[in-house]
Design a protein around this ligand. Structure first.
Ligand code: RUQ
Ligand code: CUA
Length: 664
């Protein structure tokens, strides 16, 4: 070690110790010339930073162990990010047209999905944006199965489904009888349903209007249980049901598993039913909504509710959806409340299903409910009273196992496999680690204790541990989704990126080992799935596939069968696409014609993607290997338009073009 300065030697020792026995010899012997310690020192890294780099680095050509699915906020899209590397692997367009993927750029599949989800139930406007918040991966036996992902549109009360065979959005459902939906998005343990709760209650009147003075009478929240087709992953509104809730603001939710299987849990705030300055006191909503010390944790028996929904006469049909009224929900024992510290945000169920953890936002504690205590209190009718709508309120002391003081602004909780829970502290910009109780395998003397804290930079919202929303949480990593990055990155203008931080959970102490900016959209919530669970993902489609259905497309064109057909003023162009030409490459039409291009990629090689773009038209398609896409334009202007391939596909990519000739 003679050639090293003191700091490099320290770093070398730390790095070598980290790497461990087998290659230790090689590392230390290499330290004399260009060894790890020297590299770290020359780059100005501390031992901790160098260790973090090794923990999170994924070598060229190697794969991440996990994939994080994060919402993209009001960009309307979702991101897939490798863990531990924090590399952005893919952005999938969902609610917003996106030209790289050719989504919503006149090509049929994306157009159909976006059109299908347009908000006819609300405003009859073709929406071209959404606010993605809370993704939910499909599950089998309480574990991610890598089949589908669901994401809500917080702005417009919609739910989208992404098929994880091709990572494309296949369906958007406009959920009736609700306005905004913050979240409460989760899949039941075998994806029987995907749940979405409403956020702002809306009037359940025939024309959808009621004056704010009649808030309590007419406005209602909704707990929507969207039935999932087990073959396609699509939501089926006809088999779905909603449960009416009092007009509180319902917030996040989670599903019971194992010990609590069959239950769903939703937080609420504004149980004061403040309508802002329209209140009699004329106070702003945030003041009116924080008057009570307690809001209500909603406890829903969804197993029972699905039976009730299937019973004739127990539901009303409202805008095509079966609705269980609030009165029926109370009478049939589907809905109970438990007091929760005011203005909570996250409610999260531990992997064994025993504990339900609520973060209080305005209260420094995590409040931990015990499912056996909840079941007993329901059976014993151990109520402290009823709310003004008649919903029974379980006694706080009868259902709460513990409260752990964590710090300022507890928001959302995730879990590991050793009986620990991790809660984001928004106001404190930190993550708190605390122990659960004996049912999670924690010795009684150590139960319900704050054991560690680590800073996050800055203003952490949600967090995700590896498979932390499932029964198979494995406690390897935690990703903090931080709202503000402030000084963490070079200043590139005034709109700053969000900041993701990777926290290593393998030791007693949590450790931030890496971070990465999110330069596009705001990740509100994320889930992390093991990469090997995504094994159903395709390299190529079988040639001639309609990506919406995964079936052979009726518009597929075989080689040698390319043609142009005219009927009246409609021209159908059956075109094949391969390296490096379109066939046919000359298309002659008349001004005023409707032209439908039916494009078949006859490529069978992974990554041999082409594009098809027509200048002057909002028309851009991505054609993945094997895919069939149709695109329709109106030839309004006389001219010569040279369509071309937008994806650099081959050495003759620049030659891959043709002519659309619009004759007078
Ligand atoms: S969210 S942190 Cu909690 Cu839907 Cu934005
Ligand atoms: Cu095909 Cu470029």
């Amino acid at each position: 070690m003679r050639g090293l300065n003191g700091r490099a030697a320290l770093v070398a020792i730390a790095v070598a110790a980290l790497i461990g026995g087998t290659i230790l010899g090689r590392v230390t012997s290499g330290l004399g010339g260009g060894g790890l310690g020297e590299i770290a020192a020359s780059r100005g890294l501390t031992a901790d930073e160098a260790a973090g780099a090794l923990k999170s680095f994924v070598a060229p050509g190697k794969y991440d162990e996990y994939v994080l699915l994060a919402s993209g906020g009001h960009s309307g899209q979702v991101h897939f990010v490798g863990i531990p590397s924090l590399r952005l692997l893919k952005t999938v367009p969902v609610f917003t047209p996106e030209s790289w993927a050719g989504y919503g750029q006149k090509a049929d599949s994306g157009e159909a999905v976006l059109r299908g989800g347009s908000s006819t139930a609300k405003n009859n406007e073709q929406l071209t944006w959404g606010d993605t918040h809370h993704p939910a991966l499909s599950e089998t036996n309480g574990t991610y199965d890598g089949r589908w992902a669901y994401i809500n549109d917080r702005a417009n009360g919609r739910l989208a489904m992404i098929d994880l065979r091709d990572f494309k959005t296949k369906q958007i459902i406009d959920l009736p009888n609700m306005g905004t939906s913050h979240g409460g998005v989760f899949a039941t343990p075998n994806t029987e349903y995907v749940h979405v709760s409403s956020m702002q209650p809306v009037p359940q009147t025939p024309n959808g209007y009621a004056p704010l003075e009649q808030y309590a009478e007419h406005f209602r929240g909704m707990s929507a249980w969207i039935a999932i087709d087990p073959a396609t992953g699509r939501g089926d509104v006809a088999r779905s049901f909603q449960i009416e809730l009092p007009p509180y603001t319902q917030d996040l939710g989670d599903v019971g598993k194992k010990a609590s299987a069959g239950f769903g849990f939703i937080n609420s705030y504004n149980t004061e039913m403040s309508v802002g300055t329209a209140d009699r006191e004329g106070k702003p909503l945030e003041v009116g909504a924080a008057k009570n010390d307690y809001d209500f944790l909603h406890i829903i028996d969804w197993q029972k509710a699905q039976t009730v929904a299937a019973t004739a006469g127990k539901t009303v049909l409202r805008n095509g959806m079966r609705v269980i009224t609030l009165q029926t929900a109370i009478d049939d024992g589907l809905l109970y409340f438990a007091p929760e510290p005011r203005s909570p945000h996250g409610v999260d169920v531990s992997p064994d299903g025993n504990y339900i953890v609520v973060g209080g936002k305005l209260d420094p504690h995590a409040t931990i409910y015990d499912i056996d205590m909840i079941k007993k209190a329901i059976a014993d009718r151990n109520f402290s009273g009823r709310d003004r709508f008649g919903v029974p309120i379980l006694k706080f002391e009868a259902v709460v196992a513990a409260q752990v003081e964590l710090g300022a602004g507890p928001l959302h909780t995730q879990f590991d496999n050793k009986g620990n829970a991790f809660t984001s502290l928004f106001l404190e910009s930190a993550v708190a680690k605390f122990t659960l109780g004996p049912k999670a395998g924690v010795a009684a003397g150590n139960a319900f204790k704050l054991v560690d804290k680590v800073d996050a930079h800055y203003n952490i919202g949600h967090l995700a541990t590896t498979e932390g929303d499932t029964v198979s949480a494995d406690g390897k990593y935690l990703v903090a989704l931080n709202k503000w990055s402030i000084d963490r990155y070079p200043t590139l203008g005034t709109l700053k990126p969000q900041n993701m931080q990777l926290i290593d959970l393998s030791g007693e102490k949590m450790k931030v080992v890496a971070e990465a900016p999110v330069g596009y959209g705001e990740p509100h919530y994320a889930q992390i799935i093991k990469l090997d669970r995504l094994a159903k993902s395709l390299q190529v489609y079988p040639v001639g596939t309609d990506p919406l259905t995964f079936r052979p497309s009726t518009h597929a064109t075989a080689l040698g069968r390319q043609r142009i057909e005219r009927s009246g003023t409609t021209v159908d162009v059956y075109m094949t696409v391969m390296r490096s030409h379109f066939a046919p490459d000359v298309v002659r039409v008349k001004k005023g014609d409707t032209v439908r291009f039916h494009l078949t990629s006859v490529e069978t090689t992974a990554d041999a993607t082409h594009g098809f773009a027509i200048p002057g038209y909002n028309a851009q398609v991505s054609l993945d290997p094997g895919e069939v896409v149709s695109i329709e334009i109106k030839a309004n202007t006389v001219g010569t338009f040279s369509f071309y391939c937008t994806e650099f596909c081959s050495a003759l990519h620049l030659e891959m073009q043709g002519w659309l000739l619009v004759e007078p």
